[in-house]
Design a protein around this ligand. Sequence first.
Ligand SMILES: *Cc1c(COP(=O)(O)O)cnc(C)c1O
Length: 220
Amino acid sequence: MRESDVTELIEKVKSYGRDVKIVAATKTRSAEEINRLKKFGITAMGENRVQELLAKYDGLDMPEIHFIGALQTNKVKYIADKVCMIQSVDRIELGREIEKRCAAINKVMDVLVEVNYGGEESKSGCRPSDCVALALGLANLPHLRVRGLMTVLPIGAPDEMYDGMKKLSDELKAQLPEAEYLSMGMSDDYERAIAHGANMIRPGTALFGAREYPAGRESK
Ligand SMILES: *Cc1c(COP(=O)(O)O)cnc(C)c1O
């Protein structure tokens, strides 16, 4: 991690003059590396894999841990007590499992509905046309608090997709005021995402530098 990369990103985000929450995407990064973000005022992180989160959890000193990756229903029980937001809820069954596990520990979990706006087969997320109904269905579960939408847009996505997500986000917020977040934008497009209305971004590489994967493990 280069400190200048972190401060540069923070300055760029500030230059938009709006409240934009930075959630550092921390896959492949060590707890020590992640904890260093705190002194720059970045207090939220997002992990993609349950196993990886559990492996580094004890070393973490971050106020907010989000889950941002594809989540199998049978793994919710491992993270329910460890994360404050699950950004990747894309089906009601997953919501019901979060409800069950959070009810058991008396916790209300913040969630975002993940939207597969580009319709890519390889990506998780619900269909854009289903996301508002899904969000409202999830909002009926007493131990879930639906805070907005999340998306991973295709590389090189046209402006229309960014604007389409903003439109869905506004539509949902009109029915559910606490669904205030639109989590959109990663290292390569966070400025574009903010310009199009994102108020939560998930940069990884832009903060930490290029990822190195252990040999034999597929990058994602
Ligand atoms: C890896 C990842 C990111 C960050 O990607 P970068 O290109 O490193 O910024 C953001 N969101 C999700 C869901 C990711 O998996």
